[in-house]
Structure formats: C-alpha cells, structure tokens
Write a protein that binds this ligand. Structure first.
Ligand code: ADP
Ligand code: MG
Length: 343
C-alpha cells in the first residue's frame, strides 16, 4: 500500500491552477483584477506570442509592502477579506488569494512593487519545488508590475492545450475588452508583440464612453444601439442594446456586468432572449453592453473560482426587471428604421 504524503507547495498550486489558469486570457483577467482592486488609474498590458511567451501587467495602484511580497505569492493569502462576513458583501474583484500562487506555479513569474511611501521597489520570485520566495531590490515607480514568462513551461500536459498564437491572442483580447468595458474611469492599453492594439483614455462623459465601446466592439454597434438607463426595486440597469437590425450570427457581442463584474448567467440570458423574441429572426443573436447594479448582499459571486457565475437571491425579480427594461427599450424604437445586419 502506498503511504500518504503531503503535496509539495508547487504541486498543490499547480493543481489549483488547473481551475483558473487555462490560457493567457485567464491570467490577464486575474492580474488586471488585482490592479483594479489596488485602485490603479492606469493599467498597461504587454503580451508576446499570444501571451504565452510573456505577459506584463503594469499598474499605478497602491502597491504591496516589502514585508507582504512573499505572502502575495503564497496560496490562501489575501488582503481583501478576513472573515466570512466580509465575503457576504465582498466589494473587491479578488478574495481567494490563489491567483498569484497558481500562476507562479506554472510559469516564471516576477512580482515587482512599490508603495507610494517606500524608498524603493522590491521584486519577488518563487522558484523550485517549495516555491520559497526570493526578494531583491528593484527599480519601479509606485505601483506594481507582474511579469509572467513561459506559461506552462513546467507542465507539458497543459501546454499541449494551448492553441495558435492568433487564437490565444484573440482570447486575451476578449478578456481585455471585458475588463476595459467594466471600468471607464481607468486608462488601459494593450500591446501585442510591440504593436499597440488598444489605447484607451479614462472616459467620464457619455460620449467618451460610447467612443470606448465603439472602439472595442464595432463602430456600427454604437450607430444602431439604444441607450438604456432605468431603475426599479433597488435594481439599476444602464448600457446599450443593439437594435434588431444589428443582429449577429453568433452570440459574440454580448457583455453583461453585475456590479461591475462580467457575468454569464442563464437567467439573464433568458430574460434578454425573451425581450428580443418578437423582433429578431430565429438563429440571430442580439448585441449588447449592459450593466446591472444591485445591493451586493442580493447576489452571491462566490459560486465558482473564475467568478463568471453569480447567484441572485431573487432571480425572478432580476429576470422580470431585465425583460421589462429591454422590452420597453426595443418597443420604443421605430420598426421601420431598417439597417443591414452586421454580419
Ligand atoms: P486575491 O486577489 O484573491 O487576494 P491574489 O493571489 O490575486 O489573491 O493576490 C494576492 C494579494 O496580493 C492580494 O490580496 C493583494 O494584497 C496583493 N496584490 C496582488 N496584485 C496586486 C497589485 N497589482 N497591486 C497591489 N496589490 C496586489
Ligand atoms: Mg486576485
């Protein structure tokens, strides 16, 4: 009979990484969410070879204390919650304290940070089986840079599942779009192999927000979208829905955010589908960018590690609110305003 042994820290982290790190796009999501949680105002992303060779996420947020740097890379270490009650009304995007440990176990990761008060920056890496943290002085302005090189270099079985550079980059860019659509007050940039792909200034005014949406999605979407802003029973919905005349052959332009977090939810999808039922041809999909805001206590985001799923306390209420809001908005547009479909 085989004896029981404790997994090495690296192996335990690699197993945990299986849940959240499938490809560079997931890493971008985790690291940009960390930058957002750190109150950054500008976030720069550099990718090489679809993000597999290199991902560099640089922010101007509050940084990490030198004494906490080693902890940041270890599993179940977070500055975002301390009690189960905190989880009930979690306001930050992260809280599991797993992303950095997971990513660092399947790549060559370096975390460099400096708090505004610190005299200088420090860099931490965690190598070997025990992932013991190594600290070294570094040069960096206030804020944080995470550099992730050679994704899955040590896990060939996982590396095999990576697709072509082009495919990986398109997933990465999709991840970027969701993040950039989640916070208009933040400046974002994305570069791939040295080329600037997106450069987005903070957008406060509605016209600037619409410009951001147009540049990320498709300029035609904005030309044929209606703006929605409505509130009822503690629920608030804001955003843009594409007119039936701007329908898609795939559900590839659908962005739904709950309290600023991008979400895929059956109930939400159903409500939207119902609202478009009478105005879209069978097999066509609507395009939309929608933001739902509600009391954090009325929605559970702790359903899955990637947090793409949510659980509403009162699903019926949310469903009916969405259906009515969209149905009304679509009914108000004149059906004779025919435009060619987008694809
Ligand atoms: P979580 O986000 O769930 O707390 P992570 O592994 O993503 O877990 O990050 C661990 C901790 O490292 C965070 O709680 C935070 O304190 C710190 N951290 C990570 N990234 C940044 C960043 N860009 N700026 C400041 N602090 C960061
Ligand atoms: Mg995190």
């Amino acid at each position: 009979m085989k004896r029981i042994q404790r997994l090495s820290p690296r192996l335990a982290n690699q197993i945990a990484a299986g849940e959240v790190v499938e490809r560079p796009a997931n890493i971008v999501k985790e690291l940009v969410e960390n930058a957002l949680d750190a109150q950054s105002s500008r976030i720069e992303i550099d990718a090489e070879q679809g993000g597999v060779k290199l991902l560099r996420i640089r922010d101007d947020g509050h940084g990490i204390n030198k004494d906490d740097l080693a902890l940041a890379l270890s599993r179940h270490a977070t500055s975002k919650i301390t009690t189960l009650d905190d989880l009930e009304a979690v306001g930050s995007l992260g809280f599991r304290g797993e992303a950095l440990a997971s990513i660092s176990s399947v790549s060559r990761l370096a975390l460099t940070s400096r708090t505004p008060e610190a005299q200088q920056a420090w860099q931490v890496t965690a190598e070997g089986r025990d992932m013991e943290a190594q600290l070294a002085p570094a040069a960096h302005p206030a804020g944080t840079t995470v550099e992730v090189r050679d994704l899955f270099f040590n896990t060939p079985a996982r590396r095999k599942f990576l697709r072509t550079e082009k495919t990986e980059f398109s997933h990465l860019e999709e991840s970027f779009k969701r993040l950039a659509l989640s916070r208009y007050d933040i400046g974002f940039s994305l570069r791939h192999n040295g080329r600037v792909i997106h450069q987005l200034r903070p957008a406060q005014r509605t016209v600037d927000r619409e410009k951001r949406v147009a540049s990320l999605l498709n300029p035609q979407f904005m030309d044929s979208a209606v703006h929605i802003e409505t509130e009822a029973a503690g629920l608030r919905l804001q955003g843009w829905v594409g007119l039936p005349t701007f329908s898609r052959s795939q559900a590839d332009m659908q962005y739904f955010f709950v309290n600023g977090r991008v979400v895929r939810d059956k109930l939400v999808a159903h409500a939207i589908k119902q609202a478009y039922r009478d105005v879209l041809y069978h097999g066509r999909h609507p395009a939309f960018v929608l933001y739902l805001w509600l009391d954090a206590k009325l929605v559970d985001v702790n359903v899955h590690p990637t947090k793409h799923e949510v659980r509403f306390r009162d699903g019926r209420l949310v469903h009916d609110f969405l259906f009515r809001a969209l149905h009304r908005a679509l009914a108000e547009v004149r059906p004779d305003a025919q435009l060619p479909s987008a694809d």
